[in-house]
Design a protein around this ligand. Structure first.
Ligand code: FPP
Ligand code: MG
Length: 280
């Protein structure tokens, strides 16, 4: 998975190129959260690209530098290659695939209780960057070009993007309860407005709606890949509650926590859209 992922990011095909620039722009911020140091962002990004290769900080640093060295010289196996310059803004390439993203998410949240509906819809206000869905549709496009020579994202691949955003949001609702946070994305948190008990239930509801949407795709491999994300999120959050005495162990622990809390969702959502390209 790690090797495959790195190969994707080195590629010069349009969607892969966009994917790479998107990661380079967002990578250092991913998983940095409120407690983690932003200085380690680069190493974190590298871990995200190839976690099995790194376990200690000096190694990470050298591999990270090597990564930056090699990105410009690699070529892609895809016959349709273009220069990176043409697709500088990945958000432009994936934007049409994500049109009505939040409306479609709200359609998944079939809640009859007005208050629960308001709570569940609270963060799907269209003000987020939709970074995760964007990266998922770019990966879908890249895979489709490689496998079927098709420039379109399939409906089920778009569903994966929607599900990824729903799982992510559910986890944030729960995380704010755990952290007793009072603001997120410039507004009050769900727990701050409605209280902790209702916030936990709202997070549960978003997660259950995501599970229903996942089951609707009807592919057991995709179900298993995305279910792994939920397990990783919980384990990652749990790891964050502990620490290690030794510095190297502490950094390994930090990387493991970060992979599970942040990278797993992105990597496994990208993995999930690749299975669609093998369907007839
Ligand atoms: C933000 O961390 C939190 C996460 C990325 C994941 C939280 C996961 C859980 C609470 C497990 C439950 C999972 C599900 C699917 C319901 P942070 O506090 O470091 O970042 P922040 O500053 O954005 O809050
Ligand atoms: Mg938090």
């Amino acid at each position: 998975m790690a090797l495959w992922w790195r190969r994707c990011c080195f590629s010069r095909a349009p969607a892969f190129g966009s994917l790479r620039s998107l990661l380079e722009a967002e990578g250092p911020r991913l998983g940095s959260g409120s407690r983690a140091g932003r200085a380690v962002g680069g190493a974190e990004m590298h871990y995200f690209l190839g976690r099995s290769t790194v376990l200690s900080f000096p190694k990470i640093r050298s591999i990270f530098l090597r990564f930056h060295h090699t990105t410009t010289s690699r070529t892609c196996s895809c016959s349709k290659t273009v220069t990176d310059e043409k697709f500088k803004d990945p958000f432009k390439l994936g934007r049409k695939d994500l049109k009505n993203l939040y409306e479609d998410i709200k359609k998944e949240l079939l809640v009859s209780t007005a208050e629960l509906r308001e709570m569940c819809e609270y963060y799907f206000d269209g003000k987020g960057k939709a970074f995760r869905p964007m990266i998922v549709v770019l990966m879908a496009r890249a895979c489709n070009i490689h496998h079927n020579n098709s420039g379109e994202v399939q409906a089920s691949q778009r569903s994966v993007a929607i599900i990824a955003e729903m799982i992510h949001t559910a986890s944030l609702v729960h995380d704010d309860v755990i952290d007793d946070a009072n603001s997120r994305r410039g507004k009050m948190t769900v727990n701050q407005i409605w209280g902790e008990r209702k916030a936990v239930l709202a997070g549960d509801f978003i997660l259950s709606a995501a599970s229903v949407a996942l089951a609707r795709i009807g592919n057991t491999t995709i179900i298993s890949v995305l279910s792994q994300v939920i397990e990783d999120l919980v384990r990652g959050e749990f790891l964050q509650l502990g620490s290690k005495e030794n510095e190297n162990e502490r950094f390994a622990h930090y990387l493991e926590k970060t992979f599970k809390k942040t990278a797993s969702l992105i990597a496994n959502s990208c993995k999930a859209v690749c299975f669609h390209t093998r369907l007839p």
